[in-house]
Design a protein around this ligand. Structure first.
Ligand code: UGA
Length: 435
């Protein structure tokens, strides 16, 4: 069996290299010629641990290639994965027009029996629509079957998540195709959920809705902890050891960001609304998240006992939406930097990989490649991403770098005891009242 991948974003390239790594021949299409040329040479602008190495290795073995010819890509594979983006439209719906356009073209180019596996996150009903579009453009006798096969990988962990999938969801009414896809994924997972198109599509959106709700829930508990002197990390542990709740995704902080949870939650609310249903709990989770993103600014103004930040230098540590990625889409750092500027402050920023991305948005921030330089002479430090570099920094030297050390830890990564030892005025999320 040969595989094709349409769309060379993180999901597409990771899917392609992982299948190539286990021995499949894979071709990838993208309409961006520069990106395709780079990928063919083993270059990739996504920072994803292990990805570049796997890409180079499989290019050398000749198991993966890249093309700007959609026809070549469609003709090559028996299974064609669609991994193009589904951005949010202004009305809150996910834009599936790229997939629709591809479906028309796939219909024209089809040269044999094909399985079209939609991995992009789409609203319920999309696979059905795409099957209709392909069928109405397919003038051959070759069968082209659409399946829904949503992606659950996390950025920063994309390779290991792919090699160790907790589950594979296969949405199709055709049992032969379902078995074939199960075999294809059998090296990656042992757990398969066979279902129809709409259920598979909803599993993806419901998963992200649940994760977002879990984060907003613990963030609200953190805010309550600050009112009563409780420690949210212990509350989360005490709750999470109940296997019905689980310890993961209960890290309180400054809210969820990234290219998926913020977009998918808004889309789920809108899609439910279009079906005549008010997805109340998710609406609340979104609102809680919006407020939580600016929590560090609230703490900062309180700690400095000021109403604005004029004359103040704020060191921002961490710019990407989470560690091990250079992705800054919906990163909390963006609204926070914007707010510091609105309040008249100056920003010194550190991040191990995301500086070039943020520079395009905020050219006037002072960027530093060393934490010491970013915090030197600053009035306050805001920790926004839990990078190892930031966790492991020697905060023992902070009093030599700042006159009155003040840290607002938006990710709860520093130890309360150490901060007390180093005489840092330290604020975190849901453990502040303890200090
Ligand atoms: C998320 C899902 O976790 C994946 O399963 C899904 O495949 C992906 O979206 C997608 O739809 O493509 P990702 O956006 O890479 O993956 O990031 P996560 O690791 O889920 O983190 C999302 C946000 O939640 C980050 O801003 C992170 O800092 C925050 N978070 C996460 C918390 O604030 N607390 C937690 O306990 C966990």
């Amino acid at each position: 069996m040969r595989l094709s991948v349409i769309g060379c974003g993180c999901v597409g390239v990771v899917t392609a290299v992982c299948f190539a790594e286990i021995g499949y021949d894979v071709i990838c299409f993208d309409h961006n010629e520069e990106k395709i040329n780079d990928l063919q040479k083993g270059r990739i602008n996504i920072y994803e641990p292990g990805l570049k190495e796997l890409l180079k290795e499989n290019l050398q073995k000749g198991r993966i290639k890249f093309t700007i010819s959609l026809e070549e890509c469609v003709n090559f594979g028996d299974v064609i994965f669609i991994t193009v983006g589904t951005p949010l439209l202004l009305d809150g719906n996910l834009d599936v027009s790229q997939i629709e356009l591809l479906a028309k073209q796939i219909g024209h180019f089809v040269n044999g029996e094909k399985i079209i596996a939609i991995k992009s996150t789409v609203p319920a009903g999309t696979s059905r629509l795409i099957q209709e579009v392909i069928d109405s453009n397919n003038k051959t006798y070759h069968k082209c079957s659409v399946i829904s096969c949503p992606e659950f990988l996390r950025e920063g962990l994309a390779i290991s998540d792919t090699f160790n999938m907790e589950r594979v969801v296969i949405g199709t009414d055709d049992p032969c195709i379902a078995n074939l896809i199960e075999k294809l994924y059998s090296s990656f997972s042992k757990n398969f959920v066979h279902t129809n198109w709409e259920t598979a599509e909803l599993i993806k959106l419901a998963s992200n809705a649940f994760l977002a709700t879990k984060i907003s829930f613990i963030n609200e508990i953190a805010n309550i902890c600050d009112k009563c002197g409780a420690d949210v990390t212990k509350v989360a542990l005490g709750m999470g050891l109940d296997s019905r709740i689980g310890v993961s995704y209960l890290k309180a902080g400054i809210g969820y960001g990234g290219s998926c949870l913020p977009k998918d939650t808004v889309a789920s609310v809108k899609s439910a609304e279009d079906m005549g249903y008010d997805f109340e709990i998710l609406r609340s989770a979104i609102n809680v998240n919006k407020k939580q993103l600016l929590k560090p600014i609230e703490l900062l103004l309180d700690a400095l006992r000021v109403k604005d930040l004029s004359g103040k230098v704020i060191a921002v540590l961490g710019l990407s939406f989470k560690p091990d990625t250079n992705d800054i889409r919906n990163s909390p750092s963006l609204p926070i930097i914007k707010r510091i500027f609105e309040l008249g402050g100056t920003v010194n920023a550190y991040d191990p990989v995301a500086i070039p991305e943020v520079k395009k948005i905020f050219p006037v921030v002072n960027y530093y490649s060393e934490i010491d330089d970013a915090i030197s002479g600053a009035d306050a430090v805001l920790i926004l991403t839990e990078w190892d570099h930031i966790k492991k920094f020697d905060y023992g030297k902070i009093s030599a770098l700042m006159d009155n050390p003040l840290i607002i830890d938006g990710r709860n990564i520093l130890s309360l005891e150490e901060m007390e030892k180093y005489k840092v005025n330290y604020y975190s999320i849901g453990r502040t009242a303890l200090f």
